[in-house]
Design a protein around this ligand. Structure first.
Ligand code: DX5
Ligand code: ZN
Length: 216
């Protein structure tokens, strides 16, 4: 059955009031906490690491989705799961031994996701699609919140849906970057299961209402 989940991105939260923003997500119709970890090497920005994830874990009452935008993610998988990740997604472009890393995540008891940058073709997933619990298509170049949605994502989404269907795979499809009230409906109807939203939620006058709007 298709899911329609919203994952507000903590990256756009107010870190001076992090607990307040976490409670807002707890009380909203949002489904997951999306946690963006950036290392300043894989992407040209540094966000946060374990202490912030542990704080999210301490207060969050929902599923925690950790998006690692770091080189050599395999070195830190165990620590991220121990710090509270229910799902760990790693970039195809950063993973030399992707199959091994996905099973490292699963063996630790978490769900395992693969992320593709906008320029990385979906066809590269054909020999790993049945091993992934989720595929995240980046709809912006990773590194920053608040960027514009790349329209070619719709074509990739269609291709990914077909790949999942042809292999009888069960991976969820997640879209991350530039999701807003104008494109959410189209993305869900095109087959997305989980939409990440940072800027759209946290720059809204009423973030909880925006989450409900994106979801419906
Ligand atoms: C970008 C991050 C996103 C980001 C999305 O590198 O992976 O999760 O928070 O932010 P918006 O929704 O603002 O584009
Ligand atoms: Zn993300």
């Amino acid at each position: 059955m298709k899911q329609k989940l919203i994952a507000p991105s903590v990256l756009s939260a107010d870190f001076g009031n992090l607990q307040r923003d976490i409670e807002m997500i707890n009380n909203s119709s949002g489904d997951w906490f999306h946690v963006d970890v950036m290392d300043g090497r894989f992407v040209p920005n540094i966000s946060f690491g374990f202490p912030v994830l542990k704080t999210v874990k301490q207060h969050a009452k929902k599923f925690i989705d950790v998006h690692l935008m770091i080189v050599e993610p395999e070195k830190y998988i165990d620590q991220f799961v121990d710090a509270g990740a229910d799902l760990v997604s790693i970039h195809y472009e950063a993973s030399t031994h992707l199959h091994r890393s996905l099973y490292q995540i699963k063996d630790r008891g978490a769900k395992a996701g693969v992320v593709l940058n906008p320029a990385t073709p979906v066809s590269l997933l054909q020999d790993i699609i049945t091993d992934a619990d989720l595929v995240l298509l980046m709809s912006v170049n990773p590194g920053f919140g608040g960027q514009s949605f790349i329209e070619n994502t719709y074509r990739k989404l269609e291709e990914l849906k077909n790949l999942i269907g042809s292999r009888n795979a069960s991976a969820l499809i997640q879209i991350d970057g530039g999701v807003n009230a104008d494109n959410a409906r189209l993305l869900f109807s095109a087959g997305a299961d989980v939409l990440v939203a940072g800027n759209a939620v946290f720059s809204a006058d009423d973030p909880m209402a925006m989450i409900s709007r994106l979801k419906s």
